[in-house]
Design a protein around this ligand. Sequence first.
Ligand SMILES: [Zn+2]
Length: 488
Amino acid sequence: MHPGGDSSPSLSGPAVGPVPYQYQPIEPLAVAYASPDIPTSPVPWPIRGPVFLGPPPPAPPKKKRRGWVWLALGLMAGTAIMSPAWVDRLGAHPASMRAVQKPTPTPPPTPAVVTRPGDRTADRARELHRLLNLVAADQARALLAKDEAAFLGPAAVPAARSALQRRYRNLVALHVSRLELAADWPVVDAATGRWKSGLRYQFCFVATACTPDSVTEPAVWEDTEAGPRLVSLALPKPSADDWFGWVQPWEVSDLQALVGTRTVVATTSALKGRLPGLLAEAEKAAVVADSFATGTKPDVYRIYLAGSKEWRSWHGGSVASWAAGVTRPIGNTHNDVVVNSSSAPSGYLDDLLRHEMTHAATIHGQHWWQDNWWLLEGIAELAEHPDALTATQGSAETRRYIRNSWKRTLPGEDPPAKASLSTVAAQYGIAYLAVKRLDSRFGREKLLDFYDRVTEQGKDKGDASSAVFGLTWVEVEGDLIKTIVAFR
Ligand SMILES: [Zn+2]
């Protein structure tokens, strides 16, 4: 099952998927390939793909993964709203993985053999790759210049034109501030003679000083005398081991967007009437989320309001149907917050946004989620309701759970998929009480320092506790348990 959709804590073994994409500026022709390895005479397909020059990136560290983070808010029928959300799916992510930069590629040599459209040779692939990157770079420039006609120019058929048009209009609406497009190495389809080449987007919204996120769309091109012509674009298909690169809302839905000071909010035409209210609440929540930010604050918070269809398709879908919100890391510096419109009444929006946007401010790409569920959720709960656990936040359910079912351990994993809403609420209540106690006892600064060392740096809680609190984790945890017991 898709990692975002499996709320049971099934853990895979060490992941050996690709290293998360590292941003590098892309210039036309910038993707190097090892031409000496490719024969200059016609060869049967498939030829080998591009080979990056320089040392290979390091292997990813072992991590127990369940995909992206997702944090959801559950609502209980009736007037009482049980808050909030669970994080599942986070994984280890040493900082070193983010520090690695690929070497700057060197431009490829001029093709030694003249090729023509219709050729299916390795030399033609090389030349077509060059041409595709020229087209892609022109398209990126056209979009940033708001030249729609030029962006749509490479479309060969109406379907491709429509696909490009959606992306163009959405990215402009989202105030795309940086966009770089590049083509993967093309591979010919023996049956049609068309070429498959992933189209990679690197994008930022609103801010120009940012680390772009990346998605790659499978694309099919015709090789014509007039240059490469786009036949089709499909949605990204990352592998189960990929943390990032899942379907962006702007790839699959026609969006309306509003931009504020700290946030950009977007939704479908059907829900656009909710955008002004969403923006106002998001701007208020950003002040709170910013105050919890660990590391670098988000350049801008991205909040998408989903209808039921979008809830099932954005970022690959697979969020529990009762959830009201989810936060998904989409790169090392950005998280998308998605609000489920059918589960998030306006009166609850402020709470939900404080919760989810605080996740967005305190999660930086891949991270250490295992055994830390209570800490990740507790921080978000503290931002949502800093003063106390009240009836609307499930205080009664939490008390009952502590009295009757609690095993006197801090919940390290997300609640089971089939857990009752009252149990889910109680787990969040316990997470809140624990983090609230750390906040009261040691202060916000030390709380956030501890949080960051454990969830972001992957430090042992004992080491983090000694370094930050000056106390053993055994002592600190014992105090948390005692505090939670006293709440009943
Ligand atoms: Zn949460």
